[in-house]
Design a protein around this ligand. Structure first.
Ligand code: FAD
Length: 602
């Protein structure tokens, strides 16, 4: 393949590594509880370690273990330091270069550039799924390992995972749909780990008139003498200065609505080395993801290459959307884990009324409200990644299961991330509101999950309306979960039967809502019920595996009792079983199956 060196656009802001404060600065004092800065996030995460042993083939698991360890140390160490600085020193747009040419460029803090090197150069997240050679592997990486890497990385830095993931998903689309010439042109650059060669990707769909209602896209594509040129504006463009954007536009004369949308690849640089005709008009002043640049872009006859069939644009783009949705679910799971780690650190060190606050029963219950959704999200994300591996290997049933799991994980995990982040802030008390600590960033970053790649409503509608109503994909999910239940040994029969009944009811509820248009207002409830039922089954199954910590099965009970059972707000709850279960979950060591089983029987 013919690989060119790309023109140098990315200037770095003046500064040095010394600009990043040392981790020790936030260790706390006798009175102030410390944070997790400097911790090894892989070592801390026994749940993840056990699930990786369960979901990954043994050889791959052994190969990846040192890389997970290295990422765990980085995420709690250098990445965390860089993330803090990059968050506080966001990107700056310059409309012209210093010679006065209208060639806009974005200035990044060196901390962001260093994170790019770790992500794109060292770990090559963007290429993991697409070629051998990443982290010494002789084949593309299994999805479980890839998403585990994302999960660890995001506990340190969230913002840059958008450019990283969207480069990965852009490569997927180009590999799948582009013609051989376009593949040759783009992939040689996009798959590179050499920053002088590499082209990073992104995805632009949303316009002023429509995000959810994407059929309202107004950007026009004109075929001018055999070259496609784009005219119009995109309103939300994350990774605004990416080298290649995959985007939707309407070829002149194409029908209105989604049917008329085509998919194009838009390079930032043309083959003669000049800039393509589009401008980043403004960067968004965002609530979160502040390290990464999101902007508004105007296309003024920009050259673009059609990808795949002109009349299949949205259908093809949905492949990228779905990959991003799964990554968002994983990212939400990761941020929730960081929140839980932070909350436990505070709870064990902060003293109030003469004892560490973890000893107050009311606070222990609050901690469970953080832990339960975090473990649910991890189980669901790992399951989806494992299913993706089977679908990639050709299983049609797995492809169906993935079809429904993807929006399900995105919808619920991203939604749960918000109260978990707020809850972790509250556990830290007033300091949780102060930017010296990671909590404000976690609260800000958590919000975006319910917006990009579709809001909660749009993802819930995809689960119930399309995946259940049209594709009937819940059948495959139900079959997988029933198999898991059949393999769940050692738990009280009544508990397993309760899981089975709950699963059947959740699947039935989803079917009824999908079948009845008047039930649309119930869509989120139905999708949530399906998520909770599925995660309870998975947690119980995982908790009974040989290598497992049986506390996962206890978490399944919390899901049943607190997320799937009716409550009377005017009555005290029957919580006799809870206190010993919480004590077991908050212990540092693993719990044997017999002890969990006993707690589940009470
Ligand atoms: C920081 C940031 C970065 C982004 N980056 C990108 C990017 O790189 N590329 C890109 O293409 N987009 C990007 N987006 C756009 C994002 O995907 C959209 O904002 C999102 O899809 C919602 O679209 P909208 O803003 O047009 O809201 P709308 O679609 O107008 O939605 C408004 C409200 O109406 C609800 N709604 C809409 N339709 C229905 C329905 N049928 N039933 C029930 N409720 C409904 C929604 O749930 C929402 O609550 C980004 C957004 C942000 C904030």
């Amino acid at each position: 393949m013919n690989v060119h060196t790309k023109p140098k656009a990315g200037k770095e802001r003046a500064g040095s590594k010394a600009a990043t404060p040392k981790a020790a600065a936030l260790r706390g004092s006798d009175a102030i509880a410390p944070d997790c800065t400097g911790q090894d996030f892989y070592a801390l995460d026994r749940g993840l370690q056990q699930l990786l042993a369960l979901y990954l083939p043994a050889r791959l698991h052994a190969h990846m273990e040192p890389h997970f360890k290295r990422l765990g140390v980085l995420a709690g160490g250098r990445l965390d330091e860089l993330a803090r600085v990059a968050d506080q020193n966001g990107p700056v747009l310059h409309a012209r270069d210093r010679a006065g040419r209208d060639e806009d460029w974005i200035e990044y803090h060196p901390a962001y550039r260093e994170m790019e090197k770790i992500a794109f150069g060292d770990f090559q997240f963007h290429a993991m799924s697409h070629r051998a050679g990443v982290l010494g592997l002789d084949a593309p990486m299994h999805p479980v390992a890839k998403y585990a890497c994302q999960y660890l990385f995001v506990q340190g830095e969230f913002g840059i995972m958008c450019p990283v993931s969207v480069t990965d998903t852009s490569i997927y689309l180009i590999r799948k749909y582009a013609d051989p010439k376009l593949k040759e042109y783009l992939l040689s650059r996009m798959l590179s780990a050499d920053p002088d060669v590499q082209w990073k990707g992104t995805q632009f769909m949303t316009e002023k008139a429509g995000g959810s209602d994407i059929g309202r896209v107004e950007t026009v594509a004109r075929n001018e003498g055999g070259t496609w040129r784009l005219y119009g504006e995109k309103w939300f463009c994350s990774h605004a200065d990416a080298d290649v954007a995959l985007m939707l536009a309407r070829p002149e004369g194409a029908p209105e609505g989604t049917r008329g949308l085509a998919l194009f690849a838009l390079p930032r640089w043309l083959k003669d080395g000049s800039r393509n005709s589009y401008r980043i008009v403004r960067l968004k002043d965002k609530l979160g993801t502040r390290s990464m640049a999101s902007g508004e872009i105007r296309f003024e006859g920009a050259v673009a290459y059609p990808v795949g069939r002109l009349d299949q644009g949205l259908k093809q783009m949905m492949d990228q959307v779905n990959l991003s949705r799964l990554s968002h679910g994983v990212r939400a799971a990761a941020m929730m884990r960081r929140c839980v780690n932070e909350a436990l650190m505070v709870a064990r060190h902060r003293v109030a009324f003469g004892v560490p606050i973890i000893e107050h029963s009311l606070l222990r219950r609050q901690l469970m409200k953080l832990i339960v959704p975090t473990e649910q999200a991890l189980s669901m994300a790992m399951c989806a990644a494992a299913v993706m591996g089977e679908a990639d290997a050709g299983s049609a049933e797995a492809a169906d299961t993935l079809r429904i799991l993807t929006p399900l994980v995105k919808f619920r995990a991203c939604r749960d991330n918000i109260p978990v982040a707020t809850g972790a802030m509250e556990v830290r008390g007033g300091n949780g509101y102060i930017e010296d600590w990671v909590n404000p960033r976690l609260v800000r970053d958590a919000q975006i999950g319910v917006l990009w790649e579709g809001t909660s409503n749009i993802n819930a509608l995809d689960v119930i309306g399309r995946a259940v109503g049209k594709t009937r994909a819940h059948k495959a999910l139900g079959a997988l979960l029933r198999r898991r239940l059949g393999e769940t040994k050692g738990l009280p029969a009544a508990f397993t039967a309760r899981l089975e009944t709950t699963l059947a009811r959740a699947l039935g509820f989803a079917e009824r809502v999908a079948a009845e248009p008047a039930s649309e207002p119930q869509t989120r409830r139905a999708a949530s019920a399906l998520y909770h039922a599925a995660s309870a089954v998975l947690l119980a199954w995982e908790g009974t595996r040989d290598t497992a910590d049986a506390r996962r099965a206890l978490v399944a009970r919390f899901v049943l009792e607190h997320r799937l059972s009716p409550k009377d707000p005017l009555e005290a709850e029957e919580t006799g079983w809870e206190a010993p279960a919480i004590a077991a979950i908050l212990e540092k060591g693993a719990v044997p199956l017999a002890r969990s089983a006993k707690l589940l029987a009470d």
